[in-house]
Write a protein that binds this ligand. Structure first.
Ligand SMILES: [Zn+2]
Length: 170
């Protein structure tokens, strides 16, 4: 990935969008998204940059971003990340934090609805705190929260390392 730090040394999330066409060709584009900060990545889902790569108009099928946090690592999907995937109707998202990777796959049963991203993000953070008060470490608490969201929205959570993923059982 490109620079994961701002010029002043602040960490920033990096990412890109994965596009596909009707023949199943995939391509990574829109590096850096609309914007990113130390705690958010805003994926650009428009296939404007490289329509020429595909035989048919490219569709955003997934996104990828990093969680390069100083504390609380490795960090899996946030509530806002899950909300983004549902609201954008993406097939999958991948997040990387240190050497840990997670993949969240939507299924045919994932509802095509709009969820409130702020509420989902806040509720996830509250549940995370609750689990930590019960003895979970940050990463495991976050995974449990995302696994519960995945169950609720008929999504499947995978854990990976080096691009090799296995289903997460929680
Ligand atoms: Zn994120």
């Amino acid at each position: 990935m490109r620079e994961s730090f701002f010029l002043d040394g602040t960490r920033k999330e990096m990412g890109a969008t994965i596009f596909g066409d009707s023949k199943g060709n995939l391509s990574l584009g829109n590096y850096g998204g609309h914007r990113s900060s130390s705690e958010a990545f805003d994926a650009d889902l428009e296939g404007h940059d490289f329509a020429w790569t595909f035989s048919s108009p490219p569709t955003a099928v997934g996104d990828f971003h990093t969680h390069p946090y100083k504390n609380h690592v490795p960090a899996t999907f946030s509530g806002a990340d899950v909300a983004f995937q549902i609201n954008a109707g993406l097939n999958f998202s991948v997040v990387q934090s240190e050497k840990a990777q997670w993949l969240l796959l939507s299924t045919a049963k994932t509802p095509k609805i709009r969820v409130n991203s702020n509420d989902m993000h806040l509720n996830a953070a509250v549940k995370n705190q609750k689990l930590m008060s019960l003895g979970y470490n940050y990463t495991d608490a976050e995974i449990k929260v995302v696994a519960d969201l995945a169950k609720k929205y008929h999504m499947v959570l995978y854990e990976g390392r080096g691009g090799v993923f296995g289903r997460a059982n929680y």
